[in-house]
Write a protein that binds this ligand. Structure first.
Ligand code: ADP
Length: 438
């Protein structure tokens, strides 16, 4: 927001500067250069002396008068050649010089004037120019006056602009806060603004949009929750029925088939449980925040793993300190990542955590498995998304594990990303923001 104001400020200053130059050029063209005008007034005495005293003298007296003036004046008078004078004045002033006008060069405090156009004063004088230097010209005060005028105009313009953009700025800040809150999952956030505020219509639209998103997400969550919930009872009844059937079946072929059906039911049951878990993960309010030590939580995640051929190298010591987070949820996220690593690793799995210099906490799960191709690294966090190779039931789950981990970390204001591991496989990095770390 400050950037907008700054850019606006620079734009206004540039416009004022440009306007000042245009005014100067226009006035110079229409009424003559104002700087030269000031200089001419300051150098009025030597000019009058030249024009009315020296120049009015007769041919025999002309040089005498000039010398007299030289004696009494601080100004230096020299006679120089017309060609030299032509080079000393600006190209636009050469014609004036040749015509016999007084030509001023204010920056050099010097004026030039042709002495005698017809060569009547003394021999060769038609090629002489009188140069008066060290004139009493001081442009400091007029320049300072111009600067003061410029500053006053700039302030007079900037003050209302600052007031005007302040009201917008505050409103826009309120809107960006609301957008941040909605993005972080607080769907009840709304922009409160007076109807007289200039961006009130925009705030109204954002509020409407937030309302619609909230109701859409709520109905989606309710649907997911209700369907999963409603499925539980028939699944429980089916499980009970299957157990009875298995107990009563004598035929080994039937027993085998019932066992297979029981396995399918167990799978269905765990899918429903996962879905219910996901549905609960959609709002920040569901978080149960409390401080806890990180290292023991990570060690517990490793201990809770199902038995597997690969052991996990866990490097988490007590110097990691504590975080203020939902322990159960974070453990679930890390657990999902380590379980995936177990599924896909060839031999090695490493779980580690550190506190980066920039603050916060990083938990890293690496393995030496096939890894995740770069083009899939965004999509694998979507619900039900699985890579083709895991679609065979040997390794694949429902494709919900990473999505749940991602949501759990995002609810804490953190992020979950995947990259190449030094071990050769996938490297999942959970980052918790500094405000979560104690
Ligand atoms: P699933 O329950 O199928 O494991 P996930 O959401 O946990 O679902 O993972 C999604 C997909 O990401 C998996 O099907 C798998 O293809 C891939 N994946 C997850 N973790 C790893 C890993 N450590 N190494 C390689 N691929 C992985």
């Amino acid at each position: 927001m400050n950037r907008i104001f700054f850019r606006f400020f620079v734009l206004v200053m540039l416009s004022i500067t440009a306007a000042t130059f245009v005014i100067y050029l226009a006035i110079s063209r229409l009424f003559g250069d104002p700087v030269e005008d000031i200089a001419r007034r300051q150098a009025a005495a030597p000019i009058v002396l030249l024009q009315d005293y020296v120049d009015q003298a007769g041919a025999d007296e002309w040089l005498t008068r000039l010398n007299k003036v030289r004696e009494v004046s601080e100004v230096r008078y020299d006679l120089i050649d017309l060609d030299e004078a032509r080079h000393s004045v600006a190209p636009g002033q050469v014609a004036d010089l040749e015509r016999g006008d007084v030509v001023l060069v204010p920056g050099e405090k010097t004026l030039y004037r042709r002495v005698d156009l017809k060569g009547e004063r003394y021999i060769g004088s038609d090629h002489d120019v009188i140069r008066a230097s060290n004139l009493p010209i001081d442009l400091g005060v007029p320049v300072k006056m111009e600067i003061v005028r410029f500053v006053i105009v700039a302030l007079a313009l900037l003050a209302p602009i600052a007031l005007w953009s302040r009201s917008h700025w505050q409103g826009l800040q309120a809107l960006s806060r609301v957008a941040d809150e909605i993005g972080a999952g607080k769907l009840t956030a709304r922009a409160r603004m007076k109807p007289s505020a200039s961006i009130y219509p925009l705030a109204e639209r954002i509020n409407d949009m937030a309302g619609r998103i909230q109701s859409l997400l709520e109905s989606q969550r309710n649907l997911l929750h209700s369907v999963s919930h409603e499925l539980r009872t028939p699944i429980a009844r089916l499980e009970f029925g299957m157990e009875l059937l298995a107990a009563q079946a004598d035929d080994p072929a039937l027993k085998k088939r019932v066992a297979a059906m029981e396995a399918d039911l167990a799978e269905l049951n765990s899918l429903v449980n996962e879905l219910l878990g996901m549905a609960r993960l959609d709002s920040v309010q569901s978080l149960q925040l409390a401080p806890f030590a990180v290292a023991p939580m990570l060690r517990e995640c490793v201990d809770a793993l199902p038995p597997s051929a690969h052991s996990v190298e866990c490097s988490a010591d007590d110097s990691l300190g504590s975080v203020d987070a939902d322990r159960r949820l974070l453990a679930r996220a890390v657990g999902n990542l380590v379980r995936n690593a177990q599924k896909y690793a060839t031999r090695r799995i490493a779980l580690s955590a550190s506190r980066p210099a920039a603050g916060g906490l990083e938990i890293v799960v690496e393995d030496d498995g096939p890894g995740i191709p770069p083009e899939e690294r965004e999509r694998i966090f979507e619900p039900f998304y699985r890579l083709d190779r895991s679609r065979d039931r040997a390794t694949g789950g429902f494709g919900l594990g990473l999505s749940i981990a991602h949501k759990a970390v995002a609810l804490h204001g953190g992020s979950l990303r995947v990259e190449d591991a030094l071990l050769g496989g996938a490297r999942f990095v959970v980052t918790l923001p500094p405000e979560r770390v104690l």
